[in-house]
Ligand binder design. Structure first.
Ligand code: C2O
Ligand code: CU
Ligand code: CU
Length: 567
């Protein structure tokens, strides 16, 4: 095994063979505010090396995406216009929205098409993000550059004395490493992610004022976990986790951030004017098993991993030049931030276990996969779990593999109850939607499934190492309301008789058009059931005689649904 590596930025550049002549000012993604957003997903090029154009993807630009500011309680419309030469998807990571607005693998946006989800912002103030999420191309599309930050504001956060002037004392810090081939094309799943960038800027510096500043940290890497700190070893305060404010700031000099996770920090730069401080990654202290640590796997090593100079190394992430104070500078750190009502274990209606394991045995597979959850891999046609609307659930994520996996769930924010039987660490306390589960670790979280039910369109849970996700380390769940009535703005109707024995008739509010509309029947596991149906005007008649007894779902155009019971 290699000894601990410490790499200065110069040595680092030489290793990469790149000609970094100077530090570049950190790019601050442009802001989009309001309630209607046009997000043009497009192709372009970016110079990660001077004079070399690498094909990239971006939103309203060549790389990355604008930062969206949303206000809790507002109704927003997000028009995602696909100008790529391939299909895409756009997921609002961490946002509590209906499944059909979630932008997962079921909401494909065709080339040239626009997808316009519309929803009320229901999350608390916090730092979220958006990125593509489907058809096994998440890693490629995110790596090529489609990723943006979402900042949600609310009254609780607004009442606190916090830095919140974007780009002045409140900074988006999107940290990513990427792999390239010899022709400087972006590669995925190589473990050779040797190029580090912040907000898409290689060798970045930031001029930050000598006061309390806020860093909105997002690990947007495909697989690398970071253990952040500062070169002068100063303490900083973690004020928010994935889902928003913590109850109180947590002071520390190191914080680990896995892919998909967000953190907000307050950093007091008051006494450092004129000095340069580096945001560092202390990779030599990352626990074994986390991608980016010196050792991943005990039976085999990932191909390309040991040759990657960043693995197990301490290196500079961002140069911070501390400059003059701004007007109305924030100089103190609040002692109390918000109240988080704990979800009690006694409220749990349903518990589930999600076991992470390799799908095929073999020493190499222990580290490289393919991995599955509960011994299955993602299948678009299968629903893995069905959750009842309003239920509190406890999920235990058990990692039986040799690598750490960041587990992410859509729709909800959760509270970690225990990690291998102990209380979560201070940095893990608060609302979260990603948790890094170390090898042989078992993490239980508790959450409540509220507001949105849809018997047809599922939400996802998955590993946020993007090539693991693409390779199938993902499952789906429906949130169902067994008492729901079939209703939407397109169609309303009733199913009768219900319960049914031989035929179910649907009476619809509008004429059914056989040539453009489709009707499908699913069992409660989400399996499509082929059945005979007769369609006439606004009446459908479905032959259900062959069905076994139980509850079924009828879907029209994949959107509208109603239940019926077969006797
Ligand atoms: Cu950030 Cu399901 O993804
Ligand atoms: Cu998500
Ligand atoms: Cu994984």
């Amino acid at each position: 095994m290699q000894s601990m590596k410490k790499i200065g930025i110069t040595a680092f550049c030489t290793l990469l063979g790149g000609a970094f002549l100077a530090q570049t000012a950190l790019m601050i993604p442009p802001l989009l505010e309001g309630t209607d957003f046009n997000l043009n997903v497009q192709m372009g090029t970016t110079q990660f090396w001077p004079g070399i154009n690498t094909p990239t993807f971006g939103v309203n630009g060549n790389l990355l995406a604008p930062t969206l500011i949303l206000n809790k309680g507002e109704e927003v419309t997000l028009n995602v216009i696909n100008n790529l030469n391939t299909t895409t998807t756009m997921h609002w990571h961490g946002l509590h929205v209906a499944a059909m607005n979630d932008g997962g693998p079921h909401q494909i946006i065709q080339e040239g098409a626009t997808w316009s989800p519309q929803f009320e912002v229901m999350n608390n103030a916090g730092t979220f993000w958006y990125h593509p999420h489907g058809e096994n191309k998440t890693d490629m599309q995110v790596s090529k550059g489609i990723a943006g930050m979402i900042i949600i504001r609310d009254e609780v956060e607004a009442a606190l004395e916090l830095p919140r002037t974007y780009g002045i004392d409140d900074f988006p810090i999107i940290v990513q490493t990427k792999s390239f081939d010899v022709l400087h094309q972006i590669q995925i799943a190589t473990h050779a992610d040797t190029l580090l960038m912040v907000n898409g800027t290689v060798n970045a510096f930031l001029d930050a004022p000598a006061q309390v500043v806020r860093l909105r940290m997002l690990n947007g890497s495909s697989e690398r976990t970071f253990l952040f700190g500062f070169s002068n070893d100063m303490n900083f305060s973690q004020i928010a986790t994935d889902g928003g404010l913590k109850e109180t700031p947590y002071q520390t000099n190191r914080l680990m951030l896995a892919p998909g996770e967000r953190n907000e920090w307050l950093v007091d730069l008051s006494s450092f004017q004129g000095q340069t401080i580096y945001l560092m990654n202390y990779g030599s202290d990352l626990p074994d098993g986390a991608m980016g640590a010196e050792n991943v796997g005990t039976m085999a090593t990932l191909e390309g991993y040991d040759d990657n100079p960043l693995n197990g190394a301490d290196f500079q992430v961002l140069q911070i030049n501390v400059v003059a104070t701004t007007a109305n500078a924030i100089t103190t750190i609040p002692s109390v931030l918000t109240t988080i009502t704990p979800i009690n274990i006694s409220e749990v209606d349903q518990s589930r276990t999600m076991t992470m394991s390799v799908m095929e045995m073999g020493p190499m597979n222990m580290v490289e996969g393919p991995f599955g959850i509960n011994n299955v891999q993602f299948d678009m046609e299968v629903v893995n779990e069905i959750v009842q609307l309003g239920d509190v659930e406890a999920w235990t994520i058990a990692n039986q593999t040799q690598v750490a996996h960041p587990f992410h769930i859509h729709d909800v924010e959760f509270q970690i109850l225990d990690v291998n039987g102990s209380s979560p660490a201070a940095y893990q306390q608060g609302w979260k939607d990603v948790v890094l589960v170390m090898p042989q670790q078992s993490v239980t979280f508790i959450t409540r499934f509220e507001d949105f039910a849809d018997p047809v369109t599922p939400y996802m849970y998955h590993c946020h190492l993007l090539h693991h996700e693409d390779e199938g380390m993902m499952g789906s769940f429906l949130v169902v309301d067994p008492n729901s009535v079939f209703e939407s703005n397109m169609l309303t109707g009733i199913a009768y008789p219900n319960p049914a024995r031989s035929k179910v008739s649907l009476s619809l509010s509008k004429r059914f058009d056989k040539s453009t509309q489709t009707v499908r029947v699913f069992d409660m596991m989400g399996n499509l059931i082929p059945l005979q149906m007769d369609v006439a005007d606004n009446r459908l008649s479905i032959d259900v005689a062959s069905l076994s007894s139980g509850m079924y779902t009828i879907s029209i155009d994949g959107l509208n649904a109603m239940h019926f019971i077969k006797e």
